[in-house]
Design a binder for this molecule. Sequence first.
Ligand SMILES: [Zn+2]
Ligand SMILES: [Zn+2]
Length: 82
Amino acid sequence: MCSYSIRVDNCGHYHKKLKQPCKPAKAKKEPCIPGTGEDASTSGTPSCGISGCDKKPALKREGPGARTDGGFDEDDIDWNDY
Ligand SMILES: [Zn+2]
Ligand SMILES: [Zn+2]
């Protein structure tokens, strides 16, 4: 299974990145379904700095706006990095 890292800012918005893809994922250039092997940490920064953030402290949440899954987009993965 691929592992992901998640960084949660104090506002609750988070940034998700592929940390280490597993071999089949690398071969297919397609990560396993996110939600497994997540490795969460808090950044300690007051807000995510993404436009639309209300900058209120909160637990992990989606957003701001229509942003979901920590902004993770498998199309943005540069497989040459792994
Ligand atoms: Zn995988
Ligand atoms: Zn935020």
